[in-house]
Write a protein that binds this ligand. Structure first.
Ligand SMILES: [Zn+2]
Ligand SMILES: [Zn+2]
Length: 72
């Protein structure tokens, strides 16, 4: 059985609400920004989930969100 990240696959397009009230946007896997060996990226997550960088279009703040993989 294979697993996939629902956010990478486009099944999740909206992020969490920013404290400012706007909805944050998925900027893609955090590894694309920080690299797989950065302190932002926990290797323990890599096998079971995908860490995405969400940014707020209104205030520019961003947060990392762990997306659990789904079985397909
Ligand atoms: Zn992903
Ligand atoms: Zn915001």
């Amino acid at each position: 059985m294979a697993t996939m990240c629902p956010a990478c696959s486009g099944l999740i397009t909206t992020g969490p609400d920013c404290p400012c009230g706007e909805e944050m946007e998925d900027g893609g896997p955090a590894a694309d920004y920080f690299g797989p060996y950065s302190p932002y990226f926990n290797a323990a997550f890599e096998s079971t989930g995908c860490v995405h960088l969400f940014t707020c279009p209104a205030c520019g703040s961003h947060s990392l969100l762990y997306i659990p993989l789904r079985e397909v």
